[in-house]
Design a protein around this ligand. Structure first.
Ligand code: PHE
Length: 454
């Protein structure tokens, strides 16, 4: 049966806007802030290789599955899952998958906003010229002073949450389309400039070697889990963000092509960020495993010594904020859409309440960098735990169930119909094989491996 529903929340004008929006969701702090620091913490090349394998074998097939579910259901992930499950004659309990996504989105945004707040603070820092000719030690002090101050962190976190909820309140089309049209290309160009700096002034060869020479003795079971979790995080998979963007996708656009374009763009940005950062790390004898502060302690060194550095630094952090912004919107959109659909709230009311709850939760992350930094569980503070739980457990589990639903619950004729591929052709059969067997088995093995069972 072919279902042609319409979304009550609107639709993207054409497939390019979907690509921009999905890329806007995918490209964010995950690529520029998180990818470099977890690569640094997990020893470089081998970690990058596992991450790339996960993007190809798990990420792209699941992205296709998520977009396809979204476009077929055309509602918030919770209602989409319920509708599609009933349509295939299954239990409405599949809606739980939507719920776990809403919770994951809420938890991720709560800390994402705090980190985006750092980027906001750095727009000001870069603009004021404090990095100019500053030695590396001074630059580290600037970062330490920011994270030591709950007041400053709360200020920037509040500002970022406000920005996010403003766009969400205005609605997908009006709010997002305008914001993302020029952002992605501009970010790309700036990253190329940064890589140019790394080539001319950093230890480029050592940086490349660190990123691309796999040394498997450096990677652990937990490292593999982190690489896989990051593949989900960076592509915005496993929690319904891409599903809801899929629900706004025009009926005639190709899901396979668009998913591949989004995944490639996202990966390119992450690799460029790595190539910009590690040469600076090595040229200045900094620690690759410095943790979440890595880019804030390295890139300013480049901005401080390159010609026009204050200008480029300001533009860079503005773009980083914008990239984080377009991701943040997609983290909360599933929750807002559900409130509008099921509670009949206006978008403004739904955004305000979601924003407030997320803001409140974010205070935990703020404090984990200062007052609460001594409180740890398994060596992880509040922020680390939240990040671990969401990226490495909730998103892969969500992705696993999305794969199981798309390939085991949905009939082959339904998926072929929505993907617009011939049912028995190579592309559809290959995709179904990946989502049916390869993806679920890979996710399960990585989980078992991380807890030491295999
Ligand atoms: N993909 C975003 C990033 O890399 C984060 C994100 C995760 C957004 C999950 C939406 C859903 O920054």
């Amino acid at each position: 049966m072919s279902t042609k529903r319409e979304s009550i929340h609107g639709q993207w004008s054409n497939r390019w806007i979907f690509i921009l929006a999905a890329t806007g969701s995918a490209v964010g702090l995950g690529n520029i802030w998180k990818f470099p620091y977890i690569t640094g913490e997990n020893g470089g090349g081998a970690f990058v290789l596992v991450y790339l394998l996960c993007i190809a074998a798990i990420g792209i097939p699941i992205m296709m599955a998520e977009v396809l579910l979204g476009r077929r259901g055309r509602q918030s992930p919770i209602n989409t899952m319920k509708t599609l499950a009933r349509e295939e004659g299954r239990s409405g309990a599949w809606a739980l998958l939507g719920w776990s996504g809403v919770i994951a989105g809420f938890l991720i945004l709560s800390y994402y906003s705090v980190i985006a707040g750092w980027a906001l603070a750095y727009v000001l820092n870069a603009g004021s010229g404090v990095f100019t000719n500053a030695p590396a030690a001074e630059i580290q002090n600037i970062f330490a002073a920011l994270t030591a101050s709950p007041g400053q962190l709360i200020f920037w976190h509040s500002l970022f949450m406000l920005m996010t909820m403003l766009v969400v309140a205005r609605g997908v089309k009006k709010g997002l389309e305008v914001a993302i049209r020029f952002l992605m290309p501009a970010l790309f160009v700036l990253l190329l400039i940064m890589v140019g700096y790394a080539i001319s002034s950093g230890d480029f060869v050592r940086g490349l070697r660190f990123l691309f020479t796999p040394d498997f003795s450096k990677i652990t079971g937990e490292g593999v889990l982190i690489a896989m979790g990051h593949a989900f995080f960076t592509l915005s998979l496993g929690m319904g963000a891409i599903m809801i963007y899929g629900s706004y996708m025009p009926q005639n656009a190709s899901i396979a092509k668009t998913s591949i374009i989004v995944a490639l763009a996202d990966t390119a940005v992450a690799l460029l960020a790595g190539m910009a950062i590690f040469p600076i790390v090595f040229a200045n004898a900094l620690e690759p495993g410095a943790g979440p502060g890595l880019i804030f302690q390295t890139l300013p060194i480049a901005f401080g010594s390159m010609p026009g550095g204050s200008f480029f630094g300001t533009v860079f952090f503005v773009l980083l904020v914008l990239a984080a912004w377009s991701s943040a919107i997609s983290l909360i959109e599933p929750a807002v859409a559900w409130l509008v659909e099921n509670k009949g709230w206006t978008r403004i009311k739904a955004s305000a309440w979601c924003g407030f709850a997320t803001w409140l939760m974010g205070l935990g992350t703020v404090l984990s960098f200062n007052e609460w930094s001594a409180y740890t569980l398994w060596g992880k503070n509040f922020f680390d735990l939240l990040d671990f739980l969401t990226s490495n457990i909730m998103l892969p589990l969500g992705g696993l169930f999305i794969a199981l639903f798309a390939a085991w619950v949905m009939k082959s004729s339904s998926t072929a119909d929505e993907l617009k591929l011939p049912e028995n052709g190579m592309a559809h059969t290959g995709w179904r094989f990946l989502v049916r067997f390869v993806t679920p088995v890979a996710v399960i093995i990585v989980f078992l491996n991380a807890i030491g069972v295999v």
